[in-house]
Write a protein that binds this ligand. Structure first.
Ligand code: GLU
Length: 482
């Protein structure tokens, strides 16, 4: 292959840095490095209500932590920037106009009420959904006049409605889609912002992306993307849709069954190179039955024919096993350096110590009193009874802790001032007294009944570990014999 390979990841900054992003980034990175090409990071923040700069910063930080560096991106710049879609609005508008002029897209003036009625009617008639093309049949001169007069509208892609479209996938071969099932996708919303589809294709083209390596869940969007390439008269890139990561029960990886935030893996003491090795095993076989390999070795050995489509299982036990090999291979000096960079550095210790100083009489008490600040998952076998507040039972407490873990996902600024009202409000919703819930949360997050002030403690332990511990405590309670 030529030396001009250019690949990208295009995360949307709408939440925690996801382990699936690192998985896709890894395969892009490895392919780019092997081909002496470029690896681009583009931020897809077209969803203005859900995108945040904090999430973007967390994604960049987490990808740096795992050790995947990009050649071009919003932080490092590059020749095809800006690399944040919110800064490219004019480019998308201009391209949408181009498509409308070519007849490959059209303004649609249907309002929400008409679309809702249409969906209702389609449901009643048990017909397949999708836009019925009313505005597609308008005379182009008239639509142009109405749009120019400022009438509220979106821009839709004019998909052909008959026949098939074939997606050539580098891993799957030809995948056939029936065009009748594909909607006239909205490309530009009524507020003038592009949807993912338009921005993604325009940017992949303008950023000279040669290979689109992304998760399987996007394959159903690819016919729309191919139609866009056709409309613009551009050569499409090659597509590789990677198999989705699975829970051990084979369902799509989800935060209910596995921690999905990269920050969890950092805080729970996994080494980034072990996590990368593990993600490399998801779909890629090195050769023979070799399971332990470095990033550099994967770059050297990589080829697409070593990537299989079998559902890769993200199994934490296997990750821990592999991590153990990496930990034991560290020199003692390196192990010490890793521990310091993890939670034995000044920065973290200076957050922990104020919380325990008040109760200490001697220095030797400090370490035993703070072990839960330096632990990943906790064992609840000796505190199961204490997890359940007086007057409550184990199933109700398990439900409360599990639901609270979900609820706390919405707490964006993770600090004591934000956590206390969130947990109080949840207690009220449950119909529990605040102190009942506080005591269950204390035991779940620290493994003890007596601990430093609860919300400061949760703040310092960190969001992902706290939520994981609430879930694990809930699981332990469910398994409890009554
Ligand atoms: N913004 C999409 C995401 O969040 C990118 C999908 C793609 O790679 O095309 O994953």
């Amino acid at each position: 292959m030529s030396a001009s390979v250019r690949v990208r990841i295009a995360p949307s900054p709408t939440g925690d840095p996801h382990v699936g992003t690192a998985y896709i980034a890894l395969f892009n990175y490895v392919f780019a490095r092997q081909q002496k090409g470029q690896f681009v990071l583009r931020i897809e923040d077209t969803d203005r209500t859900r995108s945040t700069l904090e999430s973007e910063a967390a994604i960049l930080r987490a990808l740096k932590w795992v050790g995947l560096n990009w050649d071009e991106g919003p932080d490092v710049g590059g020749p095809y920037g800006p690399y944040r879609q919110s800064e490219r609005a004019a480019i998308y508008q201009e391209h949408a106009r181009l498509l409308v002029d070519k007849g490959a897209a059209y303004p649609c003036f249907c309002d929400e009420a008409r679309l809702a009625a249409l969906r209702e009617q389609q449901r009643a008639e048990k017909k397949s959904g999708g836009y019925d093309g009313l505005c597609r049949r308008l005379d182009p001169a008239e639509s142009k006049r109405r749009a120019a007069a400022g009438e509220k509208h979106v821009i839709r892609l004019a998909m052909p409605k008959e026949g098939e479209m074939i997606v050539k996938d580098g891993l799957r071969g030809d995948v056939t889609f029936q065009l009748a099932t594909i909607d006239d996708q909205v490309l530009v919303k009524s507020d003038g912002f592009p949807t993912y589809h338009l921005a993604n294709v325009v940017d992949d083209h303008l950023m000279k992306i040669t290979h689109v390596v992304r998760a399987e869940e996007w394959i159903t969007s690819t016919p729309k993307h191919l139609q866009l390439y056709l409309g613009f008269g551009w050569e499409p890139p090659q597509f590789f849709h990677m198999p989705l990561l699975r829970n051990t029960d084979k369902s799509k990886i989800s935060k209910r069954k596995n921690p999905v935030s990269l920050d969890y893996y950092r805080d729970a003491g996994y080494l980034p190179e072990a996590l990368l090795n593990f993600l490399g095993l998801m779909g890629f076989s090195f050769g023979g039955d070799r399971e332990k390999f470095t990033l550099a070795e994967m770059v050297e050995a990589f080829s697409w024919d070593k990537v299989s489509l079998g559902a890769p299982v993200f199994d934490l036990e296997k990750l821990s096993w592999l991590n153990g090999h990496y930990v034991r291979a560290l020199s003692i000096d390196e192990l010490l350096a890793r521990l310091r960079a993890w939670r034995l550095g000044d920065e973290y210790l200076l957050r922990v110590l104020p919380l325990v100083r008040e109760r200490a009489e001697r220095l030797d008490q400090i370490i035993p009193a703070t072990t839960f600040f330096f632990s990943g998952d906790l064992d609840y076998s000796t505190v199961l009874g204490e997890l359940v507040p007086k007057g409550k039972d184990a199933p109700a407490t398990a439900t409360a802790l599990g639901e609270l873990a979900d609820e706390l996902d919405n707490v964006r600024a993770w600090n004591a001032a934000a956590l206390e009202p969130a947990v109080r409000a949840f207690a009220e919703k449950l119909g529990w007294q605040a102190k009942e819930l506080f005591s269950a949360v204390r035991v779940a997050s620290t493994g003890r009944t007596a601990a430093p002030p609860l919300f400061d403690t949760l703040d310092v332990i960190g969001k992902d570990l706290v939520r994981r511990r609430l879930r694990l405590a809930a699981t332990a309670l469910r398994a409890k014999k009554t």
